[in-house]
Design a protein around this ligand. Structure first.
Ligand code: PLP
Length: 372
């Protein structure tokens, strides 16, 4: 099987599995217990916390572990609105955000919060002038992702954070697809990340929080994570996330160079009928969202069962809805339904990628012949 769905999830790095093993097989202490074993587990979690903080690379804040990035985003948005001062009852976000942001905003909208959802251009990028116009003293939070999960485009997060701060608002950046792949710019007050997108285990994410920007807790209970996020932490998951983050920091240049080689090889292998959706310049090059006239992407996926790739967003797949991101670019339903997403990275070889793309070309040709 050729795995080309790195935006949905990534293979667990061997180093991560080894780091986690003792915490699954032998060491089972509660990290919040004062016993010697408990303190050992707590110390391992603190090492992991530093490793994730270093991979994020921002100063002046701290990290709280969560069960997923979805939880981190829910917490950041709901908790910030809850704590916002009087008169600040508005969120500004973008139409191409992940469902974790958009659905949380919609939920709050049903409870009286005003949500402004900005459009993007045909390149998938938000216009900074639109952000400037939308953000004023009534805004509590501006939520803009760094790397888009469906099309890989990189939003101007530093500029957005500056505008948010000028209006006295906080800025949340969903950096799930960015961590370990592109540098996270200075500016955001809240940054959501996820372990399984960086070769770590599933079931753990984190929220980086600038000092003073702590959202009200979403989960109440034992007071773990400085009273901000209750629940017993899993040392195995934290250690795995930490090991993955450490590897991502150490291999940043190497992984980046590898992805650039893969991108060039992939573009070279694609037939001329394919069009790339979204900016190719302001983009993480491990994401190739392409479309071809008269291709039925769902059929392409079922024709090529030994190549794992995605239609639209992995999170929305199965819903039957055409991707909200592709529609925001101005693509028709038909164009969205003829779009596939190829995601590749650290463990993808150039040969397997090129071979898979040749087979995708052939399967698309066959569809075209059949339709003619
Ligand atoms: N944000 C983005 C951009 C994502 O791609 C994803 C997962 O696909 C999430 C948030 C949610 O992350 P998690 O799977 O940790 O809940």
């Amino acid at each position: 099987m050729t795995y080309l769905d790195y935006q949905a999830t990534t293979p667990v790095a061997p180093e991560v599995a080894s780091a986690m093993r003792p915490w699954i097989e032998e060491k089972f202490a509660n990290p919040h217990s004062p016993s010697r074993e408990g303190r050992e587990a707590a110390a391992a979690i603190e090492v992991a916390r530093k490793q994730v903080e270093q991979a994020i690379g921002l100063k002046g804040g701290s990290l709280a572990f969560t069960g997923s990035a979805t939880e981190a985003i829910n917490w950041a948005i709901k908790g910030t609105l809850e704590k916002a001062g009087p008169g600040r009852n508005r969120i500004v976000t973008v139409q191409t955000e992940h469902a974790a942001v958009l659905d949380t905003c919609e939920w709050l909208e049903g409870r009286g919060v005003e949500v402004t959802c900005l459009p993007v251009g045909s390149d998938g990028l938000v216009n900074i002038a639109d952000v400037k116009e939308a953000v004023d003293e009534s805004v509590a939070l501006v939520a803009v992702m760094l790397v888009n999960n469906e099309i890989g485009v990189i939003q101007p997060v530093a500029g957005v954070a500056k505008l948010a701060h000028e209006a006295g608002a906080l800025m949340l950046c969903d950096a799930v697809q960015a961590l370990g792949r592109v540098e996270i710019p200075q500016g955001p007050d809240l940054v959501a990340v996820s372990s399984h997108k960086i070769h770590g285990p599933k079931g753990i994410g984190a929220l980086w929080i600038r000092k003073g920007a702590e959202p009200a807790p979403l989960i109440h209970g034992g007071g773990q994570e400085q009273g901000l996020r209750s629940g017993t932490l899993s040392p195995a998951l934290c250690v795995g996330f930490g090991a993955a983050a450490k590897l991502a920091s150490e291999r940043f240049e190497q992984d980046h160079a590898h992805v650039e080689r893969l991108w060039t090889a992939a573009l070279g292998a694609l037939d001329s009928g394919w069009i790339v959706s979204g900016s190719t310049a302001q983009r993480y090059h491990g994401n190739l969202n392409i479309r071809r006239q008269s291709v039925d992407a769902a059929r392409l996926i079922s024709d090529l069962r030994d190549i794992s790739f995605s239609l639209g967003s992995a999170c929305a797949s199965g819903s039957g809805r055409p991707s909200h991101v592709l529609r925001a670019l101005g693509l028709s339903d038909r164009e969205a339904r003829s779009s596939i997403r190829l995601g590749f990275g650290r463990y993808t070889s150039e040969d397997e990628l090129v071979a898979a793309i040749r087979r995708i070309n052939e399967a698309a040709d066959a569809q075209e012949r059949f339709a003619a």
